[in-house]
Ligand binder design. Sequence first.
Ligand code: ARG
Length: 465
Amino acid sequence: MAQNDKDKVNPLWGGRFVNAADDIMQRINASIDVDRHMANQDITSSLAHVQMLGACGIIEVGEAEQISQGLIKIQAEIEAGEFEFTPEREDIHMHVEARLHVLIGPVAGKLHTARSRNDQVVTDFRLWLREALTQRVQQIRELQRALVRRAEEYKDAILPGLTHLQTAQPVTFGHHLLAFVEMLERDAGRLSDANTRLNECPLGAAALAGTAFPIDREQTAKALGFERPMANSLDAVSSRDFALEALSASVICAVHLSRLADEMVYWTSTGIGFGVFSDRFSTGSSIMPQKRNPDAAELVRAKTGRISGAFQSLVLVLKGLPLAYSKDMQEDKEPVFDTMYTLDLCLTVMTGLVGDIKMDREKMAIAAGGGFSTATDLADWLVREAGKTFREAHHIAGSLVAMAETLGIGLEQLELKQMQSIAPEIRAEIFDVLSSQNSANSRTSYGGTAPSQVQIQIDKWKTRL
Ligand code: ARG
């Protein structure tokens, strides 16, 4: 960039400056590639602001009208893709104002009365995030519905319930899926909470101290759908905890999605083979013709890293920042935008995966019977029917597992006599509790895995969702 070039000085602060900014200064300073995504919100907040300026007599009503018309025209240009973005005009606020000057002349200069980019940017940002969060919550609802549908389909299909990835006790697949419905419910709650708390209006805080113009902050807050104007102008321009909160709720949601994704990778793995994705959600290999890879689930699993990184990034941007605005805060939007787009993608993909996966009941049931999965049922029987303490019963059941393991058979394949050699109290009825289906069916405690309990939860979700 040529130096001593008064024409190229930014017109917004040209009074104080003689020389234009260096090219590299422009490059580090510009945020337009990111904040152009809130063009709509920028126009919306400017419209609310200018209407208020007119209503309060700070500018003429006719001028407010002229500015509003100009803004609406710019909005149409942006929507039609006819608007020109250039790094020379730093950010979306400058772009809109510069275009307004071209369209309506010097009266455009009145739009920025009683406001600063500091309150403007964070107003736009809150509007953007409010909409994004609302959409993410709706997508979580969609995913929950898909899970509930599959849970009903498989409410009595059993598979091995695992702890430490070792066979623990048989569970129903419906129950397993509903666990994720519960997690997602809390995610939706956290994202909605974040939305409730962010819904206060910073506009009118101006640069940091408020303004001497007789503005009406209630009016702009109301026009933009906020609950109230923020009560402290320094807080209004400096705080980004609303964004941090949205990101932290998003990380938790992403963690949940990654866990479900990981289960899917496991179910569809060659050695396990409980489920299979259709061609719609599988990829092949460029070298191994037999492959059917669960790339979509793996990518959902991986995207957690990116969302968690976004949270980390914003925490570190904000840490130790003095009041009020510092340019550091311009780095706030990219992680939030990226997170909201990523979460959008992951939720949509996961809804597709949940709907697509086909489970193999028979394979799951066979696996559910393996690994001595009913050893706890055996111990419970000894407590109920033979008057043993649970510790004694646990010991006996452990010995029977060891015996069966040595013989290379399942618990239910032991002969009654063999069992009685360890615990003479054992009777033939014990075989009932050694069936894995019976084991799952018997767990009827509230929130348990029995199909009867699962159906109660499914009914609850169907009314709620
Ligand atoms: N592009 C800026 C941002 O995103 C707008 C606010 C600029 N304010 C300032 N005092 N330089 O934060």
